[in-house]
Design a protein. Structure first.
Length: 383
């Protein structure tokens, strides 16, 4: 059994950010990570051509702004290099191969009891901590909808988190399901790799350029959300006109409102829309069912595909190990409290990186959490 003041679960950007803030305050902590590296989402589960969607000024962790010479929209590899430097600057040493399987609050001791499986040594270790920080991310596991006939599909099935590049799909008929940023960008990548690419778009989405969002984020400092939404929507109309004849409809609510209330991001066009307009990428309605290699769509059209890539999002896995999630999270693994008090639960439990606000949200969460832990410790010392 190992005792520590703060136990952090997960060594993604959120876990590393917490570690840095605690280091600055000389508060001891332990970070447990189930993989063999930090930032495993970026190192292992992001496609090759992935770039940060937001400008670098909105994508840094505490105490370390991006270098002036860094590109405005960083590539995956540039961002990983930034994280590498962050880890060495703050001398963060997560315990790898430690998969947390259980955490509960001991009311009598007033401490968290955490069990982790050491997947190298094949033993279970027990940790006791005064503070617990949930930093296991919003992307715990890929979600694939349960479509009738999917398990008998004759072609390949992949979640967007497993997609690297389009090499293996050249000359294949590939269907991408989901019009998230991942889905749109993967379609573009497939099309460029010579795959006959189609994409299922069922829900209305905003299509914008990353510059529109960049300007919008700055305008939010001076104008209300509804004004910025109106301006961004206006700019999008000028650039893309009416995309409904291509199967893409605009939601009634504005892009920033949708992000803030439902966590739904606008599509930041990386070139996909031009390929859709030239009909190189085909837009299809929802899937009704699958029969072997045939896919039957909601408009009754039937088409054969060699592979399906599901860009249908993720599920949080925090509640699988955090048995007493009720102090801070709902059953779906997201915070009970609304922004901006989402990060704190009763009984000295915190969550970082679950506000659907990307790296900017993570940075705010970890600063608030470290300050709160410091305050609780001070109060304890003085009493
Ligand atoms: C393709 C893609 C592109 C993105 N682009 C952007 C962007 O441009 N800008 C932006 O702001 N955000 C972006 N995001 C959002 C992204 O979620 C964040 O950038 C960031 O990686 C989230 O950090 P995190 O630490 O909260 O979670 P993660 O990075 O997911 O890290 C969580 C860590 O916890 C570990 N873990 C999970 N469960 C356990 C367990 N039980 N025990 C031990 N360890 C565990 C995982 O292995 C992982 O290393 C993107 C996400 C994806 C998928
Ligand atoms: C490409 O895919 C579309 C389905 O969206 C299909 O109608 C067409 O026949 C395919 N083209 C080839 C050459 O297979
Ligand atoms: C877009 O075009 C469709 C028909 O192609 C039309 O029904 C719709 O009203 C148009 N929307 C706007 C906002 O102009
Ligand atoms: C699937 O297709 C085959 C032939 O293509 C047909 O015989 C069979 O009835 C279909 N099954 C279903 C459930 O539609």
């Amino acid at each position: 059994m190992e005792e520590t003041l703060v136990l952090v679960v997960g060594a993604g950007p959120a876990g590393l950010g917490i570690a840095a803030c605690l280091t600055k305050k000389s508060i001891p902590y332990i970070v447990l990570e189930k993989e063999d590296c930090y930032a495993s989402l970026w190192k292992k589960r992001a496609y090759d051509r992935c770039h940060l969607h937001l400008a670098k000024e909105f994508c840094s962790l505490p105490y370390k702004p991006h270098a002036p010479h860094a590109k405005k929209y960083m590539s995956k590899n540039d961002f990983i290099e930034y994280i590498d430097n962050y880890v060495s600057d703050f001398d963060i040493r997560p315990q790898y191969f430690h998969s947390v399987e259980f955490a509960s609050f001991d009311e009598v001791k007033g401490k968290w009891l955490v069990e982790a499986k050491d997947t190298l040594m094949k033993v279970t270790k027990v940790f006791v901590a005064s503070f617990l920080v949930v930093a296991t991310g919003e992307n715990g596991k890929g979600y694939i909808p349960n479509i009738p006939g999917l398990k008998d599909f004759k072609g390949g099935i992949m979640h967007s988190s497993e997609y690297k590049n389009g090499r293996e799909f050249q000359d294949k008929n590939v269907l991408v399901v989901g019009c998230s940023n991942s889905g749109m960008e993967i379609s573009y990548d497939l099309c460029n790799s010579g795959a006959n690419t189609s994409i299922v778009i069922r829900n209305p989405v905003h299509v914008v350029t990353r510059e529109m969002i960049f300007v919008g984020m700055h305008l939010l400092k001076y104008f209300s959300l509804s004004i910025v939404d109106a301006l961004v929507t206006f700019a999008s109309r000028l650039t893309y006109e009416n995309l409904s004849k291509y199967g893409i409809c605009r939601p009634n609510e504005g892009p920033f409102l949708l992000k803030a209330t439902k966590g739904r991001s606008p599509v930041l066009d990386v070139g996909t829309i031009a390929e859709i307009q030239s009909r190189k990428i085909k837009v299809l309605p929802g899937i009704k069912r699958i029969n072997e290699s045939k896919i039957i769509f909601e408009d009754k059209v039937e088409l054969n595909f060699d592979a399906i890539i599901f860009a249908t999002g993720y599920k949080s896995t925090s509640c699988e190990w955090l048995k007493d999630y009720d102090y801070i999270l709902n059953k779906d693994g997201f915070p009970k409290n609304r922004f901006p008090t989402h990060w704190k639960g009763n009984t000295n439990v915190y969550c970082a990186g679950l506000s659907r606000m990307g790296l900017q949200g993570i940075s705010k969460d970890v600063i608030a959490i470290a300050n709160d832990i410091e305050m609780v410790l001070r109060a304890k010392l003085c009493s």
